[in-house]
Design a protein around this ligand. Structure first.
Ligand SMILES: [Zn+2]
Length: 414
């Protein structure tokens, strides 16, 4: 078995720790080493330690030089809507001139615009778009990505999206996790009860599809689905083995957080308008609190209060929410920069949120150790052209990795 020695690394954050989601003070523990080295064999991390020691112990190993650089685990994006068609630039400009996201939705635009574009696209086009976007994410350092199939306006288009994802997954280099999201909005022309019935009917097909969805997601919001409807749909998904995720508290706090925590949801995502009651529910559950500052940035809304959430004991994770309407923000380092500069997290907390805790928001669907470089973990990592984590955060508007490795193989530059 080939052994690879990576080093000397100026600053290495392995994120080694007890496993699972981190909370409170543990969110600052990134296991930082200086003048370090990584030893990789069989696609996994075998050893981590001082460069001076490992260089001598592995003299025959293949060398990867990263002198003067920062190395972190590959970033984990636990929330994207990567499969879509068309674009919403017209709506973006209307929003910039003062029309609200909800007003555009009421006029039949917003998510429904993307649903129409998906309906008009072929399976091959959707697959190709998704592969291109996954490549973009890889170039930004995202080595694990969740993808929601969320823009179908009738059941045959759910199938089209899932078939396209099955195709795309064969070409996407990084690890992907598929989420079925039939309950995004009720498409134009459908009665809400009929649409919900279709979702319930389709769940078994979704859960057994070739593209292997691991989760189901619901948009719990005024104008989308009520708490009661969300719970009904998520519960039916759990019965066929789809883990539960929920978009909630993006514009209105309806009680979706508390209901999802009671249901044992894997994550609650957005939480822009959550307050003490919601934070307490999350802190007292295993449900991961996913915040996505890219959405607040893109919609020019107040940010989720991530500092308070960490202090309240929530397991906070970061996602990009990359989608054509509310977050044309694919970069996880950009999300980390916003988390520090706008939400009050420490750089270490932002890194934990973008790796270990983001992986916890995909638990059961990603390989063990993803988000860390502890011995035994998959050797997914990024080499950054900066000397420290602080400098990575400081450079958030433009930084990109110079090298990306997946399971010990260099995929960038390829
Ligand atoms: Zn979303």
């Amino acid at each position: 078995m080939k052994t690879i020695l990576v080093g000397p690394i100026r600053e290495l954050h392995t994120l080694a720790g007890s496993g699972g989601a981190r909370r409170r003070a543990e969110m600052r523990e990134t296991a930082r080493l200086q003048n370090a080295a990584l030893v990789i064999a069989g696609g996994r991390v075998r050893e981590v330690g001082p460069w001076s020691v490992l260089r001598r112990a592995h003299q025959g190993a293949e060398r990867v030089s990263v002198e003067g650089d920062l190395v972190t685990p590959g970033l984990v994006d636990c929330h994207t809507h990567l499969i879509w068609a068309g674009n919403r630039s017209e709506e973006f400009l209307r929003r910039c001139s003062g029309v609200s996201y909800q007003q555009i939705a009421r006029e039949g635009g917003g998510i429904a615009t993307t649903m129409r574009a998906v309906a008009e696209s072929t399976e091959a086009e959707l697959a190709a778009n998704t592969v291109t976007r996954a490549k973009l994410l890889l170039g930004l350092g995202t080595t694990t990505v969740e993808i929601k199939a969320s823009y179908a306006d009738r059941p045959e288009n759910w199938l089209k999206e899932l078939n396209a994802l099955a195709k795309a997954r064969r070409k996407i280099k990084q690890q992907t996790v598929v989420t079925f999201m039939g309950a995004h909005v009720v498409p134009p022309g459908w009665k809400r009860q009929a649409w919900i019935r279709e979702i319930l009917r389709f769940l078994f097909t979704a859960s057994t599809h070739l593209c292997k969805p691991a989760f189901q997601d619901v948009f719990c919001e005024e104008g989308a689905f009520s708490v009661e409807e969300s719970v009904r749909v998520l519960r039916a998904g759990l019965r066929v083995g789809l883990g539960a995720k929920i978009h909630c508290d993006e514009f209105h706090a309806l009680g979706g957080v508390q209901a999802a925590c009671r249901l044992g949801a894997t994550s609650c995502d957005h939480l822009l308008v959550s307050g003490r009651k919601e934070w307490a529910a999350l802190a007292n559950s295993e449900t991961v609190a996913v915040v996505m500052p890219g959405t607040a940035f893109f919609l020019d809304k107040p940010y989720a209060r991530a500092r308070k959430m960490v202090d309240a004991g929530c397991a906070v994770a970061l996602g990009s929410d990359f989608n054509p309407g509310s977050s044309m923000v694919p970069s996880m380092t950009f999300a980390m920069g916003l988390a520090v500069s706008r939400m009050g997290l420490a750089p270490e907390e932002a890194l934990v949120a973008a790796t270990v805790n983001s992986a916890a928001a995909l638990r059961g669907a990603v390989r063990e150790g993803v988000g860390t470089l502890a011995p035994g973990a998959p050797a997914d990592f990024c080499v950054w052209p900066v000397g420290s984590l602080s400098e990575l955060i400081y450079s958030y508007a433009f930084v990109r990795p110079t090298q990306v490795f997946l399971r010990g193989r260099q995929v960038l530059p390829s």
